[in-house]
Design a protein around this ligand. Sequence first.
Ligand code: ZN
Length: 300
Amino acid sequence: MSHADNNILLAGIDAGGTSFKCALSDAGGNILARQRFATVLPDDVINSCSEFLLAEAAAQGGKLKALGIATFGPVDVDPRSKLYGTILNTPKPGWSQTALRHAFETRLGVPVNLDTDVNGALLAELQDGAARDAQTAAYVTIGTGIGAGLFAGGALLGKPLHPEFGHIAIARHKDDPFEGACPFHGDCLEGMASAKAFTARFGSPAELPADHAGWQIEADYLAQACWSLSLSFRPERILLGGGLMLADHLLEMVRAKYLVRSAGYLEQSADQIAKLITRPAHGDDAGLRGGLYLARQALS
Ligand code: ZN
């Protein structure tokens, strides 16, 4: 790092449906301060984050140069669009049509680079996480909803829009009569395998024993999702994150179901599948690291 970089500060935000995580880092991405604010109404959480970042930047004696936001969606991520950085129609009360990027740009007076939470997380994992040695990768979050960021050929896929992989059709498990939780499609992937869908029929994931049949059903759906990714664009790494993946036993079950489902078609061994389907290295910080990565990108 050159001497001129010593005073440069970058800000990152992981804008989630439950909380906004903010961090201030140096030019090298080392986190100097961090804070979490509940996702209340837009004006309030934007104010809280802005005040925190400005106060911390002043305390560090540095100059805030850029902000990166990895956000929940749906959101306009096209830099050429008038609505770039605006949250689109969402069931989240008060948040539809929130000009998130513009609001932070006004409050902080620095360039703001914004992308989806999963795209941000994927970029951070490619840079220095679990996909750092991969050319082609997917990041799938299995939380309240399901979303995915996809990367191939040196770029995120789906631009200038973003993929909606969470809503792909899947084959229903033979022992699963659940109608599905997606308000649009019922039994799409998100409708059957999100944490919301899981909890609706099996109860709290944290309290369900590992040998409960619900986990086998969940693993089957996630294995189908991973298999669809492999067939569609052959990622070298599929990173499974989000709240439901906190269940330690689930990852191994997904790999086993994937092995059976693939039926040898892509000639992937169990060892290769274990390397293919894995966890993000940044864990719960994947989105926040994504925000800081996007901030660095705004400077280049
Ligand atoms: Zn759906």
